[in-house]
Design a protein. Structure first.
Length: 594
């Protein structure tokens, strides 16, 4: 049998000119064995060189010669330095003591002059008496590994879509900039940018177009900044600019205006002209915050303010914003716990038919009885739930609960409907239609007993796409209405393209119906135009006789409001249904208003 263990390894079949070294090694069995062991141990493909005590190459293996672009014969007898000129060495000794091995990273030179990174592992060769005979060196080409390391670094610190620094790199730079600013008493400015309506562009034009849009935005922003400033993408449609040093308040304002002007021209994406804009929040060091976290929080608060004051604007941070943000953050965190603790309740507000004087159903309105914050209104927590995505959990809960109640009430009074408010983000969820279909099926609700309310702005945001989604809902048999009509685009003419059943006149018009002739004229016009389009009209926020008379007189179809009853818990509404579902007389519900 072939005894591999006793064969000299390939790498030890030395060239003739190194006989002397071989002889010396050969006289020392123990050292030779050790040498063999090391060579066997070295990774495959490593180059191996044995140099004599004068530093001349006594042996190289094929891999070493190839790696450096030489034939093996060309190297024998030449100084080992020609492969690894020490001046290029930038490595440091790693554990020189360990088992006598000396490891270092350095730059070697090929025959054609090209420099490449290597890792060298050397070990002196000594005879039994300890006299130095030469050096055994293994050489690993590190080019690939360095490339991989670079790629990993790129992945870790740069955003793959825009190639801009990502959150990690921004945080590094921010920490460094802050330390320097503290030492040198400089100012810094941090700008948070959030593209307006990007989500809609992304969902209507597709993610590829969305990515191209982001790349183009990144290029435009970069074109207006100097190298010294960091432009980073935090993810989604959020960009951050760190000005180091800060150009002062006026300088920052001028820059923010310039950044916004970059959006004036359309973006040409796949041959189509797309428009965009950005909101900007600004925090300054040291005025607004002295550490990274507070600066980020301030810039975020300012951005939130810029967004809510109408888009395409910029805002400097102010202390009042801090309180708003702190409450927002606290509510956002509290909401999750609140849901787990069962602090959310559905209330129901009765809706009445003004012609037949019958109860038609109820609108489901969410309430949060928080142990920590007390009663929080939906006007406050729904927008927060929308912005942090918590609306998906809440929305599912509302839809399910409302449908289960509707089944119960339908048994007492067949034909009652329950209206559920749907937020924009919920509606844009790709699986929204499936969710509705599943809840309808699981709850056993008759689809026509469920009415979904959308605001005009939600419907109009992605009009084309929405028509299809609404048509699909209609095919399921679900009823659809437009909430808060009059506060948005208010284009009935446009709305006729949508398969909707009813519009709800916003309560702000009803409030001044009798005292403000403009509001009266608007309400009247909405009712008559809606009727000409065969849409039902529901008036919200009816509080008194005068308003009701006006609406009955103008043939408004339905109404809800404190006049009839405030929103009430589900069990109370069950009692309400039992009490009024057989009513033929409008004075009965009117009398409970108290
Ligand atoms: P909305 O859908 O327009 O609901 C009608 C609002 O008017 C309710 O406020 C209701 O309590 C209030 N209201 C009813 N009658 C009267 C009245 O006679 N006078 C006055 N001044 N107000 C009256 P609420 O419950 O505070 O809800 C506010 C908004 O929060 C809702 O407006 C709706 O947009 C949103 N919302 C409530 N629940 C949900 C939900 O489950 N999901 C979503 N996405 N939004 C919800
Ligand atoms: Mg509503
Ligand atoms: Mg409304």
């Amino acid at each position: 049998m072939h005894d591999a263990a006793n064969d000299p390894p390939e790498s030890l079949r030395l060239d003739s000119c190194s006989t002397q070294l071989v002889n010396q090694l050969g006289q020392d069995e123990e050292r030779l064995a050790m040498l063999k062991e090391i060579i066997d141990f070295l990774p495959l493909g490593a180059g191996i060189t044995i140099s004599d005590k004068d530093g001349r190459i006594a042996y190289v293996n094929q891999a070493e010669a190839e790696m450096h672009g030489y034939a093996r014969g060309e190297l024998i007898g030449r100084p080992a330095r020609i492969l690894a000129p020490e001046v290029k060495t930038r490595g440091r000794r790693i554990d020189p003591g360990t088992a006598g091995l000396w490891k270092r990273e350095c730059l070697n030179v090929r025959k054609d002059g090209k420099i490449f990174p290597v890792q060298l592992t050397s070990r002196p060769i000594r005879n039994a008496g300890g006299a130095y005979l030469g050096m055994l060196t293994a050489c690993e080409d590190m080019t690939q590994r360095k490339l991989c390391e670079q790629q990993l670094e790129t992945l870790a610190y740069y955003d793959s879509v825009t190639k801009l620094p990502n959150r990690s790199l921004l945080m590094d730079r921010l920490h460094q900039a802050l330390a320097l600013a503290q030492r040198e008493r400089r100012e810094l400015a941090l700008l948070f940018l959030d593209l307006d309506n990007f989500k809609d562009l992304n969902s209507s034009k597709g993610h590829e177009a969305g990515d191209k849009f982001l790349q183009e935005v990144a290029a435009r922003l970069a074109s207006c900044l100097s190298e010294a400033n960091t432009l980073a993408r935090l993810g989604g449609d959020e960009f951050v600019i760190l000005f180091n040093p800060g150009p002062g308040e006026e300088g920052v304002a001028a820059t923010a205006a310039r950044l916004q002007a970059l959006f004036a021209e359309p973006f040409l994406i796949d041959g189509e002209e797309l428009y965009g804009s950005t909101s900007i929040g600004i925090a300054l060091y040291p005025d607004d915050g002295r550490d990274v976290e507070s600066l980020l929080r301030c810039a975020d608060a300012a951005l939130y303010q810029a967004k809510s004051e109408g888009k395409a604007s910029y805002q400097f941070f102010s202390q009042e914003m801090n309180q708003v943000t702190m409450r927002r953050v606290a509510l956002e965190n509290g909401m999750r716990q609140g849901l787990a603790r069962g602090e959310f309740y559905l209330y129901f507000q009765p809706q009445w038919d003004l012609k037949t004087l019958r109860l038609t159903g109820a609108e489901a309105l969410l309430r949060w009885h928080s142990a920590e914050f007390g009663l929080v209104g939906p006007d406050e927590f729904i927008p927060i739930a929308e912005s942090c995505g918590f609306i998906f959990d809440l929305g599912d809960l509302v839809l399910r609960e409302a449908c289960l109640h509707a089944v119960e009430w339908d048994r007492i009074c067949p034909g009652l409907k329950v209206a559920v408010n749907i937020s924009g983000r919920q509606f844009r969820q790709p699986d929204f239609l499936e969710t509705v279909a599943r809840v309808v099926e699981e709850s056993g609700v008759g689809p026509s007993s469920l009415e979904l309310e959308f605001t005009e702005s939600v419907i109009m945001e992605r009009a084309e796409k929405n028509i299809h989604a609404l048509q699909a809902l209609k095919r399921m048999g679900v009823r659809l209405s437009i909430d808060d009509f009059g506060t948005g685009y208010s284009s009935l003419n446009y709305l006729k393209h949508f398969p909707i059943d009813a519009i709800k006149i916003d309560r702000s018009f009803i409030a001044e119906l009798v005292s403000d002739s403009d509001d009266a004229a608007i309400a009247e016009a909405i009712i008559s135009m809606a009727h000409s389009l065969k849409l039902k009209v529901i008036a919200e926020g009816v509080e008194n006789d005068a308003q009701l008379d006006f609406l009955v007189d103008r043939c408004c179809d339905e109404a809800q409001g404190f006049y009839f009853a405030p929103p009430m818990p589900g069990e109370d509404f069950t009692g309400y249904v039992k009490r009024f579902s057989v009513s033929e007389d409008v004075t009965k519900p009117l009398s409970v208003a108290g």
